[in-house]
Design a binder for this molecule. Structure first.
Ligand code: 2AL
Length: 164
């Protein structure tokens, strides 16, 4: 979609155009309410500012739309396709890597009580595994911050790609 179109369509249509970026209605609604945007940079900046207000509840809610690293996405077709593309670094025929990610995901969920989230796009499977192992040693407060930062990165990447 073009930014000029996004600026002009109805509220409902504008929300539909960016709903796949993150499963947080408040963020989608607030961003649409800030239209019109003079440039893509202004839109991304606004999306980033709004995402910096997220907290533990936002993360829990948004995670419902993110499959585990190495697992196929359920749910909305568009989000499932996006996740698959983002996780191309782990869609490789590497059994030991997949086993290690599976074990790491389980250890992470045991420790932090939710799915491990990372901006997978641009990262190899090995990088993701090493980040997973590093973050397992975080204290819960630090880890919440890192996971929120990753959610913001994924969301902003999706937003940028929507208008390119
Ligand atoms: C994902 C996903 O679906 N896309 C991405 O970058 N990371 N999932 C995850 N558990 O980190």
């Amino acid at each position: 979609m073009k930014l000029e179109q996004f600026n002009q369509v109805s509220i409902a249509e504008a929300k539909k155009q960016i709903a796949h970026c993150v499963a947080l209605h408040d963020w989608v609604t607030a961003l649409v309410a800030q239209r019109p945007f003079a440039s893509l940079e202004a839109l991304l900046q606004c999306g980033d500012n709004l995402a910096r207000q997220w907290d533990a509840r936002s993360l829990a809610q948004a995670l419902s739309a993110h499959p585990r690293i190495g697992e196929k996405a359920q749910g909305q077709a568009k989000e499932a396709a996006l996740s698959l593309g983002e996780q191309s670094g782990v869609n490789v025929d590497d059994h030991p890597l997949k086993q290690a990610l599976k074990a790491g995901n389980a250890a992470y969920e045991q420790r932090f009580g939710q799915v491990f989230l990372i901006r997978a796009k641009g990262r190899s499977g090995e990088e993701i595994l090493s980040e997973l192992q590093r973050r397992l040693a975080n204290d819960p407060q630090r880890e919440l911050q890192e996971a929120l930062d990753q959610l913001r990165e994924i969301t902003l990447l999706r937003l940028k790609e929507t208008f390119q």
